[in-house]
Ligand binder design. Structure first.
Ligand SMILES: Nc1ncnc2c1ncn2[C@@H]1O[C@H](COP(=O)(O)OP(=O)(O)OP(=O)(O)O)[C@@H](O)[C@H]1O
Ligand SMILES: [Mg+2]
Length: 483
C-alpha cells in the first residue's frame, strides 16, 4: 500500500525482528514506525514498550489484528500515536495516519519543550518570590453586589510573608478569618486597586497585627479577576524610633518652655482660684434661687478646670526643672488630707486611708510628697469611672517606709506596664502622660523607688518605697484612721 503512495512516502524500510528494528532506529533518520505487536522475538504490549523505551522521539503506529483491539488501545494510552487494524485500511488512510502521527509527535515535542521552559521560569519566579525580604502575596478580592469590598483571600504568599505578618498558613484563607479585626482601610484600598487598576503606595498601621507597614499594592492580571499583588515591609521598628525621636524633640521643647511659661500661667491662675474662692463665699450669703444654683455650678466647673490647668503646669514644671529636694519636718497625714480634699473624689469612689502615727512627723520634701500623692490618687480616681475603692496606706517596716495607693479600677495590661513611667505615655483622651513620669522623678529625688502591681479588671496598686524618713518623735505603732 505504501509503495503505491509514492508521492507521500519516499523511503520504506522493513525488518522482521524487534531487535533489528531497535538497532535500525538507533541509527536515526526514521520518521515513523509501523509496528506489528506479534514478532518472532517479541509478543504483545511488550513489543511496543521495548521499542518505545529505546526511541522516544519517533512516532509509533500499532498494526494489529482485530482481536487485539484492547491491547492496541492500551499501547496508545502508553504513548503510541495510533493503531490500525490489519485488513481494514486502505493506502490513503494509512498515509494519513502516518502523516498525522508525525505532525502530532512534533507538536507534542514543542508543547513539552514549552512546558519545560514554563516550568523553569515558574521555578525562577518562585525562587525570586521566596528570596526577597519583603513580604509578598497575591490576593483575590471579594465584593458585594454594590462593589463594596467584603474580604480577600490569599492566592499565594512568599516565604517572608509569615515573618512579616506573623500569620501561619495563610494561603487559601480569607483575611477576615485570619484577622477578624483588621482595619476596614486595608480592604478599601485593595478593593479600589482591583476596581480601578491603579497601583498605590502607602504606609499604615495594622493594629490587630501590632505592626506598621510600608506597602506597594498593584493590580494583577485581567481587571475582572480582581487580583491584587501586595509587596510590603514591616517598619514598626523604624516607626518606634521615629516616635522616640519626636518625643525627645517634644520633651526638649517642653523643657525649654515649661519653666518660662509656667510662672506666667501660674500666677494669674492662683489669683483666679483665689477669686473663685471668694465668689463662692459671697454667693453663700445670697438668698436661695435658681440663679444661685446655676452660678454655684458654674463656679464649680471653672474651679475644676483651673485645678486641671494647674496640674498640667505643675507636672510640666516638675518634669522639666532640675530637682533639689528640700527636706523638712513634715506632717504627712496633713498632706494626704489636703490632697484628698483638693481632688474631691466622686461619690461612688470610697476613700480610706491608714497611716501609722509615725507619719505625722517625718523628714521629707512636703511639696514633692504632695505632688506624688496627688498624681497617684488622681490616676486611681480616673481608673474607676464606675466607682470603687481608693485605699492609701503608709507603714514603717524594717527601717523602710512603704506608701501604697490602691484602687479597684480598670487595671493595667502587662504590655503597657513598662511604658507607664515614660513621659508622654497616656491612654487617656485628656491626659498629658506626665503624672507618673513626675512621680518617678520626685520619688527618685527622695532616694525612693516606685513599683506597680496591677491586674486588668481588678485594680492597681502603686507602692512607694523610701529609706527611713528620720522622725524626731518616738514611733507609736497604733494607727490613725480616717473616718
Ligand atoms: N491607677 C491606674 N489604673 C489604671 N491605669 C493607670 C493607673 N495609673 C496610671 N495608669 C495608666 O498609665 C498612664 C500614664 O499615667 P500618667 O499619670 O503618667 O498620665 P495620664 O494620667 O494619662 O495623664 P496626666 O498627665 O494627666 O497624669 C495612664 O494614661 C493610664 O493608662
Ligand atoms: Mg495621671
Amino acid at each position: 500500500m505504501l509503495s503505491e503512495e509514492k508521492l507521500a512516502v519516499s523511503n520504506i524500510e522493513r525488518v522482521d525482528r524487534l531487535s533489528k528494528g531497535i538497532d535500525r532506529l538507533s541509527e536515526g533518520n526514521i520518521d515513523a514506525v509501523l509496528l506489528d505487536l506479534g514478532l518472532p522475538d517479541s509478543q504483545g504490549l511488550g513489543t511496543f514498550e521495548k521499542i518505545h523505551a529505546a526511541v522516544k522521539k519517533v512516532p509509533i503506529i500499532i498494526l494489529t489484528a482485530y482481536k487485539d483491539d484492547t491491547l492496541a488501545l492500551e499501547a496508545v494510552r502508553r504513548g503510541a500515536q495510533d493503531y490500525l487494524i490489519k485488513g481494514k485500511i486502505d493506502g490513503s488512510a494509512l498515509v494519513r495516519a502516518l502523516t498525522y502521527a508525525i505532525e502530532r509527535k512534533k507538536l507534542e515535542e514543542t508543547v513539552e519543550k514549552g512546558t519545560l521552559s514554563l516550568k523553569k521560569s515558574e521555578e525562577k519566579y518562585h525562587k525570586l518570590f521566596d528570596s526577597i525580604d519583603e513580604g509578598f502575596c497575591i490576593v483575590e478580592m471579594v465584593f458585594d453586589a454594590d462593589s463594596k469590598p467584603l474580604d480577600y483571600y490569599f492566592l499565594e504568599v512568599n516565604a517572608a510573608f509569615e515573618r512579616q505578618t506573623g500569620l501561619l498558613d495563610a494561603q487559601g484563607k480569607m483575611m477576615r478569618t485570619l484577622v477578624p479585626n483588621h482595619e476596614e482601610l486595608w480592604f478599601e484600598i485593595y478593593g479600589r486597586i482591583a476596581l480601578t487598576g491603579q497601583p498605590i503606595r502607602f504606609s499604615s498601621e495594622a493594629k490587630a497585627l501590632n505592626r506598621y507597614y510600608d506597602v506597594f499594592a498593584f493590580p494583577v492580571g485581567e481587571e475582572e479577576i480582581k487580583k491584587v499583588g501586595i509587596l510590603f515591609n514591616d517598619i514598626s521598628e523604624r516607626q518606634i524610633l521615629e516616635k522616640q525621636l519626636q518625643d525627645q524633640e517634644r520633651l526638649a521643647a517642653i523643657g525649654a518652655t515649661a519653666g518660662m511659661v509656667g510662672h506666667d500661667i501660674r500666677n494669674p491662675l492662683q489669683s483666679m482660684i483665689g477669686e473663685l474662692f471668694l465668689s463662692r463665699k459671697e454667693l453663700e450669703n445670697l438668698p436661695e434661687s435658681d440663679a444661685k444654683k446655676y452660678l454655684k455650678e458654674s463656679i464649680q466647673s471653672i474651679e475644676d478646670n483651673a485645678f486641671y490647668i494647674n496640674k498640667i503646669v505643675t507636672d510640666l514644671q516638675d518634669f522639666a526643672k532640675p530637682l533639689a529636694a528640700s527636706i523638712e519636718e513634715t506632717n504627712f497625714k496633713r498632706i494626704v488630707d489636703d490632697v484628698l480634699a483638693t481632688l474631691k473624689a466622686p461619690e461612688n469612689v470610697k476613700v480610706t486611708y491608714s497611716l501609722e502615727p509615725y507619719f505625722e512627723k517625718i523628714m521629707t520634701d512636703p511639696s514633692a510628697m504632695k505632688r506624688i500623692i496627688t498624681n497617684l490618687c488622681s490616676n486611681a480616681i480616673q481608673a474607676m469611672p464606675k466607682g470603687g475603692k481608693l485605699t492609701l496606706n503608709a507603714v514603717l517596716k524594717d527601717e523602710e517606709v512603704f506608701i501604697t495607693v490602691q484602687d479597684t479600677g480598670v487595671g493595667i495590661a502587662d504590655e503597657t506596664k513598662n511604658k507607664l513611667f515614660k513621659p508622654l505615655f497616656t491612654t487617656k483622651s485628656k491626659g498629658q502622660g506626665f503624672g507618673l513620669a513626675v512621680v518617678k522623678k520626685l520619688t527618685e529625688a527622695l532616694n525612693g523607688k516606685v513599683l506597680v502591681e496591677s491586674e486588668v479588671g481588678k485594680g492597681t496598686r502603686f507602692i512607694l518605697e523610701f529609706p527611713i524618713l528620720k522622725a524626731n518623735a518616738p514611733i507609736h505603732r497604733a494607727r490613725l484612721r480616717s473616718q
